[in-house]
Write a protein that binds this ligand. Structure first.
Ligand code: ACO
Length: 348
């Protein structure tokens, strides 16, 4: 049995903030940000938007695609999405910035919003690798359950809410957004000619490196105390150089292992969809692997680092642009907080 992607969707806030816009508020420049990261802009959600709102929007886009929605008015889309949602058995949502601190999961908020009454729902915390983990987790649960057939996997982030605006080394890196895919268990083969769907995944972690990328406050380790005045809201702290070094190695090793375990070579891969953290990381890993730059899809220039949302946003852009053909072998690769790393091989 194969686990195939039947629909993709994304949601990106309308508010686009260019490097120039940031440079008017903090001590940075378009030149520094572009040359160090490849980022040109990012999109920020407004104050009334939570993680589940972006997730719902991306989910509806993906679900409507599976319902054969031809495009057009929003009402029609939501009706098609609502019908498709009734057939979901599982919702897995990856995020670093859930609606609530621990309970309920954001996936449950989305389940209610979609009216997906039959679906189990849970969140995954694996930093920027969350979508890669989510895809493998959802696929495994579909295969393990006789009656489970369809799952929704979402990456949704509001990193603008988790940013320390006094730290120019991190605040220029992040953006908000969500991406989603609908998975379906089908009778297609997973081996040999004509194979389809998710054909391999690698998931890994190095918890010893957790301190290099963390949100220190707010959990049970460092809870807020009654009456406490916060200097800063909870925010991402990052040792950029350490994460950079980890990322290049994890990226390179994951690509090599995915191809080796599948018996594929780089010529078999149509496209690599990496987590969009820093174009320099992708270039450095590509150089080590001897993979030409055009094999990698990059949209970091427009959205910056949207953590667990970056890969599903990229998949949706590629899918809607007709750049993913049936039978194409697509590789995802990610690294992030935890520290975590991983990748998927998908026959589109
Ligand atoms: N604008 C202008 N100057 C800046 C900025 C800025 N926004 N940020 C830092 N600088 C300055 C520093 O102050 C420093 O100046 P100095 O030499 O006078 O002291 C200089 O630029 C170099 O700073 P570095 O931190 O050494 O810059 P580096 O080349 O390492 O790039 C970066 C920093 C882009 C963050 C890089 O380390 C990186 O990409 N790391 C990986 C980050 C990542 O991938 N994170 C992914 C996970 S995120 C997640 O999971 C949510």
């Amino acid at each position: 049995m194969a686990i195939e992607i039947r629909g993709t969707g994304k949601a990106v806030p309308a508010n686009r903030v260019s490097n120039g816009d940031l440079a008017r508020k903090i001590d940075t420049s378009d030149e520094w940000i572009r040359s160090h990261t490849g980022i040109g802009a990012r999109h920020f959600a407004d104050e009334g938007t939570a993680c589940s709102d972006l997730a719902l929007e991306a989910a509806r886009e993906a679900l409507a695609m599976t319902g054969g929605w031809p495009g057009g008015d929003r009402e029609g889309r939501d009706l098609a999405a609502g019908e498709a949602a009734k057939t979901l058995d599982l919702i897995v949502l990856a995020t670093a910035g859930a609606d609530f601190c621990g309970c309920p999961s954001t996936a449950c908020v989305v389940q209610d919003g979609l009216g997906a009454r039959q679906a189990a729902a849970m969140d995954i915390t694996a930093g920027c690798t969350g979508f890669v983990y989510g895809l493998e987790t959802a696929a495994g649960l579909l295969l393990a359950g006789k009656t489970r057939k369809r799952a929704l996997v979402i990456g949704s982030e509001l990193l603008s809410r988790l940013t320390n605006w006094e730290d120019r080394g991190t605040c220029v890196l992040f953006g908000d957004g969500a991406g989603a895919v609908v998975l379906e268990k089908t009778g297609a083969p997973v081996e040999g000619p004509g194979r389809r769907g998710l054909v391999g995944s690698i998931l890994g972690a190095d918890g010893a490196g957790a301190e290099h990328l963390m949100i220190r406050r707010g959990g049970t380790r460092n809870p807020f105390k009654a009456g406490e005045t916060l200097g800063l809201p909870p925010h991402i702290e990052m040792n950029g150089q350490a994460v950079y070094n980890f990322a290049v190695k994890a990226f390179t090793d994951t690509c090599r292992r995915l191809m080796a375990e599948d018996g594929s070579g780089i010529d078999d891969i149509a496209l690599i969809v990496p987590h969009q953290a820093n174009a320099r990381i992708v270039q450095a890993a590509g150089k080590r692997l001897g993979i030409p730059e055009e094999k990698f899809f990059l949209n970091i220039g427009e959205y910056a680092n949207t953590s667990a949302a970056s890969i599903p946003i990229a998949l949706d852009e590629l899918n809607r642009a007709g750049r993913l053909k049936r039978g194409d072998l697509v590789m995802t690769v990610a690294f992030g907080g935890g520290l975590t790393f991983g990748g998927n091989l998908i026959v589109w």
